[in-house]
Design a protein around this ligand. Sequence first.
Ligand code: BG6
Length: 470
Amino acid sequence: MHYQKLNSFPKNFLWGASISAYQAEGGTNEDEKLASIIDKYIHPEGVASFEVASDFYHNYKEDIKLFAELGLKAFRFSIAWTRIMTFDNKKVNEKGIDFYHNIIDECIKYGIEPIVTMYHFDLPYYLEEKGGWLNRQTIDYFLEYAQVLFQEYGGKINYWLTINEQNTMILHPGAIGLPVSGNLPTKKELFQMNHHVLLAQAKVFKIYHELSATGNIGPAINLTAMYQATAAPEDAIAAHNWETLRGWSFLDVAVRGSYNYLFEKYLQDRELYPTIEKNDFKTLAAGKPDFIAINYYSTATIAASKNDGTDESARAGDQQIMLGEEGVYRAAENPYVDKTPYGWVVDASGLRLTLRKLYDRYELPILITENGYGAPDKMDSNGEIHDIERIDYLRKHIRAIQEALTDGVQVLGYLPWSAIDVVSTHQGFNKRYGFIYVDRTDTDLKELARVKKDSFYWYKKVISQNGLDE
Ligand code: BG6
């Protein structure tokens, strides 16, 4: 639909940016932080590990000052479970508790809304050794951790995100890292873990609301709309399979409290159905989110499955590069879209479509907690970083949000990935997303100096005028 005039962004629109603890902080062994699964994963030679990352642990004050200069109205970061819980008699690590108070207070000082992700891929290794999410007890550990967070920070935080990209964790575990054994969990195990994570999340929604807190809490899923490769009816069925299994199957449980019928059938038919205890459905139905957060990068294009052993193509998939699944769907190319240097589809209209579909389905406010352009940015001889492709990407996506707002979708804010360069989940430090450049490479830490990219100045202007130029 073309409009004569687009709506303006709401006055209180949360213009922001995001990071996660393990990808930005470093200081992995400091102040009695415990190891997380990420710290124990295999790091391929020559690719940045997370030990120093962007050194946000030591630089957070200067970095938040830069975020204030950028004009951010909101800053999304995650809390490292392993800095907070000690799993011994002490129960909590006061230094970790203080660290996040400091970050939150620093944000508030500059009028930046702190938005907290409670868990962004970095499960404590202590729990992993006990079976991780395969072990039902992990639900109780998450609940205990959540209670500590609500008690400590509840008065200062208006937006909580429970779990970052549960669907990436379950569908693309390899994108987050590879255990030393080299073995990822089986599909059956993954869907059992999925069930436990969903229970943990529902319980946390419930306890948060019982505290009669004034803030909001929601899940954060990696969501992308899809296209069918052709007008063939079989492609349409396959595309619907994908859309359901990749996104709705997670959100239907989080929001409606029940398993999607098609997802249930898929799990049963493939003998992947998890063990579900008597009261689990009650528990799932009892926890409700106030809003939905989505991380949006790309769209997917889907063709009918051939079911002949070739649906799972040989190309490497990650959280955005889709793989086929035998008997369910095949990956197809979309000739109408560009790609980033890392092969992720660039599709701003796909964001508008994703927002519409999400709002249609659940009618809850939406917060966009990630979106961005990963590229091997380089500093030129004048010490400048001209990231024009990123500006172009962000401009188009911001326009798409404005269109979705004009359509009538309720969007609370936009927090692109990433506020500052961070270590990519599986592609090191060369793949950058930040408005602020961190001067280091995969192998050379240099001084870790901060340099504002062209996108910094551009985004600052967008925020200051509450939207794009006409
Ligand atoms: C999202 C994750 O899937 O994508 C982030 O929530 C991640 O943690 C981001 O960094 C970009 O992905 P990558 O693999 O390029 O770092």
